[in-house]
Design a protein around this ligand. Structure first.
Ligand code: C5P
Length: 237
């Protein structure tokens, strides 16, 4: 992997707040994630501004539609120059494969990752949407489907990383949110993992929001996270 394993979630309501924050952030220490709220409020101009600031952008729009539509959306994301874009694995093999194929000719091909089962869904929610088995069984099945469809990785909880590593091998990228240092506030996250434990479990990229976006010194908060990761790596993770 080239570049930082840390992806900062820019969960801001508008461009001004996002840009004011990223001006204080060292682009050599992290990448950034633009999600549905910020993108819907600001559009592609913000993504371009972030890229001009030197950031790799993960466009986290979780596309889920018919193959032709998702392929077009992924092609548009590639045209914007983003580093990573994602889809829902529940869109199925043909949707993921078509999206992947649509990116083939891109000047700078973004990494294409898949969300498996939303972590907001509990075991009790799955039968209602037609999924049998436990959440973990569904995550493993959908992640294997994403890999077989040619995707570049999956977004998952760090708690699932170990099982995914043993099913999918050492090299398939895993993008994990829900990261907190031991003394960080959990906020609304319930199953949090420290950076070093996430890396030890097999995570490739860590999505971090409030521990950095709400820090008085964002680069110092980032440096602490990177030091924590370095410790896991020094122990052979
Ligand atoms: O502030 P915090 O570190 O909790 O932000 C985590 C980011 O990761 C948010 O953008 C959130 O939407 C995203 N995310 C998550 N849990 C998931 C999937 C995405 O927290 N299962």
């Amino acid at each position: 992997m080239i570049g930082s394993p840390i992806i900062i979630a820019l969960d801001f309501p508008g461009a001004a707040a996002a840009i004011e924050f990223t001006r204080r952030l060292d682009a050599s220490l992290c990448r950034v994630k633009v999600g549905k709220e910020l993108f819907t409020a600001t559009g592609p101009g913000l993504v371009e501004a972030l890229q001009r600031q030197g950031f790799d952008v993960f466009l986290d729009l979780k596309f889920h539609d018919i193959p032709n539509t998702v392929a077009g959306a992924c092609r548009a994301a590639a045209g914007l120059g983003v580093w990573m874009v994602n889809v829902h694995a529940l869109g199925g093999r043909a949707m993921m494969r078509t999206a992947r194929d649509a990116l083939e000719g891109a000047v700078r091909r973004p990494l294409l990752t898949a969300v498996t089962v939303l972590t907001s869904l509990s075991a009790a929610d799955l039968p209602e949407i037609g999924l049998s088995g436990t959440p973990e069984e569904n995550v493993l099945r959908l992640a294997a489907l994403a890999r077989d469809a040619g995707l570049d990785g999956v977004v998952c909880s760090a708690h699932e990383a170990k099982a995914l590593r043993s099913t999918l091998g050492e090299r398939f990228p895993l993008v994990t949110p829900g990261i907190r240092m031991p003394d960080d506030a959990a906020g609304d996250q319930s199953r949090i993992v420290t950076p070093r434990d996430a890396i030890a479990a097999g995570a490739t990229y860590l999505v971090v929001g409030r521990p950095v976006t709400r820090a008085a010194e964002p680069n110092a908060a980032l440096a602490r996270i990177l030091a924590d990761i370095a410790q896991a790596r020094a122990r052979g993770a």
